[in-house]
Design a protein around this ligand. Structure first.
Ligand SMILES: Nc1ncnc2c1ncn2[C@@H]1O[C@H](COP(=O)(O)OP(=O)(O)OP(=O)(O)O)[C@@H](O)[C@H]1O
Ligand SMILES: [Mg+2]
Length: 308
């Protein structure tokens, strides 16, 4: 059995943060519960309609990577099994349908105040800067690259976590000046290793992970852990490999039905691109849900459990 779509969780635990998509709860001084709702955002606006199964897809893709890549980088991951979580937190048993599939128990850390972005393809803010000045975060890139070009080797491209608005790309030197060269180098090396492993796995299954954002944190015992979500469609650009055509923007594996619908409304002058978001037809919601489930199936080789 699977519960219906969830716009936001309200669990009887201290709520530390409500992000665009996830809620972060405190479990005890050393553990957090991350709950991915079915909210979806496009063009930086959170839609009103939840996307069925999206939260579970995000959580279970992260769990897949944390388990599979544990030897590449240690992480905060403890469990994404609802049964295991309920065994540890019996007070949530009456709320099982609210957390089913979508929650992850993790070790609490002190987050490193940089986003560790790795880019294997030239897209988004990196393409905008390159097109204007031939650089990425002020550092020169090879000439003659086209939009969505594959970058070999992939580039480590950290960003500062802006409190509001968009993150700011910074150079490795900026990061090293703030964190020390030793820690900055460890973050860069771990990020590149995890990205390469993920990119190669996904590419063999029809998904290009064009770029992705990692977060790291320091556990109480001082170990550096990979935290947050891992190579999900929300923290990465997923592109369908069979439709890859460099020289322009690529379709999104997961949000394209939603983006197409919103772009059409805008071009018809029926939405100005700002909050409040327009109402989404069921067909768009369902098509988007199917994309997320397909992404899960391709990445993990499994069907997401529970009824649709
Ligand atoms: N193990 C951990 N220890 C401490 N903090 C963590 C851990 N894992 C994740 N976090 C933090 O949890 C927060 C998740 O909230 P966030 O605002 O990113 O939610 P979101 O729904 O992904 O929203 P957004 O779309 O704005 O990113 C982040 O600030 C992240 O640093
Ligand atoms: Mg986030």
């Amino acid at each position: 059995m699977t519960a219906g779509p969830l716009t936001e969780s309200r669990l009887p635990l201290p709520l530390l943060r409500r992000g665009k998509v996830r809620e972060v709860y405190e479990v005890d001084p050393d553990h957090l519960l991350l709950v991915a709702s079915d909210r979806v955002s496009a063009f930086d606006i959170v839609m009103r309609e939840p996307i069925p199964r999206k939260g579970a897809v995000l959580t279970q893709i992260s769990a897949f990577w944390f388990e599979r890549l544990a030897a590449v980088a240690p992480s905060h991951y403890v469990s994404a099994s609802t049964e295991e979580i309920l065994d540890r937190l019996p007070a949530l048993r009456s709320r099982a349908d609210e957390i089913e599939g979508r929650s992850m128990l993790v070790r609490r850390t002190l987050p490193v105040p940089f986003e560790c972005v790795v880019r294997g393809y030239l897209a988004g803010s990196a393409w905008v800067e390159y097109r204007t000045s031939g650089t990425l975060a002020g550092e020169a890139l090879p000439g003659g690259l086209i939009e969505s070009a594959r970058l070999e080797p992939p580039l480590f491209s950290p960003a500062t976590k802006a409190q509001s608005g968009h993150d700011l790309n910074v150079t490795f030197e900026t990061m090293a000046a703030e964190l020390g060269r030793e820690l900055a180098s460890r973050l860069r090396d771990a990020s590149l290793a995890v990205y390469r492993a993920g990119r190669d796995h996904a590419a063999a299954r029809g998904i290009i992970i064009a770029d992705t954002k990692f977060e790291f944190g320091t556990a109480r015992d001082g170990t550096l852990l990979l935290i947050d979500e891992l190579m999900t469609p929300d923290s990465s650009r997923f592109w369908p490999a069979d439709r890859y055509r460099p020289g322009g923007p690529q379709p999104s594996f997961d949000k394209q039905p939603l983006r197409d619908y919103l772009a059409a409304l805008r071009s018809e002058g029926r939405w100005n691109g700002e909050a409040p978001p327009p109402a989404l037809p069921d067909t768009v919601v369902e098509a988007t849900s199917r994309r997320y489930l397909e992404g899960y199936r391709l990445i993990t080789g499994r069907e997401l459990g529970g009824s649709a």
